[in-house]
Design a protein around this ligand. Sequence first.
Ligand code: KG4
Ligand code: ZN
Length: 352
Amino acid sequence: MSQPEPKHRLLLALESSCDETAAAVIDRQRNVLSNVVATQHELHERFGGVVPEIASRAHVERILPVIDEALRTANATLDDIGAIAVATNPGLVGSLLVGLTAAKTLALVLDVPLLAVNHIEAHLYACQIAAQRNLFPAVGLVVSGGHTNLYDCHSPVDFELLGSTTDDAAGEAFDKVAQVLGLEYPGGPRIEQVARNGNPTAIAFPRTFLNDPRLDFSFSGLKTAVLYAARGTPGARAQPLPLTEQRMADLAASFQAAVIDVLIGKCDQAIQQTGRSTLLVGGGVAANTLFRQKLQELSDRRKVELYIAPREYCTDNAAMGAIGWELFDRGLFAPLDVDVTPGLVRKKKAAN
Ligand code: KG4
Ligand code: ZN
């Protein structure tokens, strides 16, 4: 079957699923010509997390200037755009709607195909943009503020969910533990920094499900364990150790070690269960230096090829919307009445 050809040569990708308004221009060879991200951290910081209504309003204000800047930086105009990709799932409903409405309008006016991108799968495609070659099939782990998902990625458009978190996402655990320790949002980078001076074996925090063959995760017990270690167990006679700088560092390092042990353990199990020889890792937590080192050790031990998203593509961005070209190549266009799906569309492996 002949492949559909783009009328023009460039893809415009939009991302507005949470608290980043982003646009990128990507050519047919997956070169990222521009990648503009307007973060809203400053708007949500004082609330300790993302406030959906504030996020939607900020997306409305920012989406057009961000698209404009992405086109300008890529030295392109709307006439060069041959397709529009947009994250439609999963995310905050009001936030997703802003990106989708902009994308639909542009697709209609320019008369070009609309491509509906799964934000989580796009996080893994960030590995392929950097590698500039096909990395599929592979095991894929997405560790972000909202998701901790393990996939068997059969192809760039066929992801089978192997397991996910049953409560908090790994990034969310970093953010909540940071709050307990009085560190600012987003907590991941701050915990990482404080942990550098701490002893990762100082406190034996739980590694939930580590020895369970299921590929699911749970981080809420760990979060509570850190809370009790920092502030004392309710009803217990013993007072917690004073929260000195060293104690803070030990708590941060021991917490970080527990999260990373579980993530590495589950990747290892997924590699063995699927027999895949490539591992892809993306999402905000993949920016963590110790995690990146431990992934490298796992890849050396298991002799699998490892691709971690480059740091600039770990946190939310639109460049990873380059996965839209994969949909385009297969003629997987979205109708103009496509809707957003806030919850993750789950394609879990059937139990056998
Ligand atoms: O992928 P992302 O930008 O947003 C979602 O799609 O959720 O991920 C943000 C998450 C936050 O929870 C943040 O604390 C975490 O990634 N994060 C990190 C690091 N940098 C960001 N966690 C651990 N270590 C880091 N260096
Ligand atoms: Zn994300």
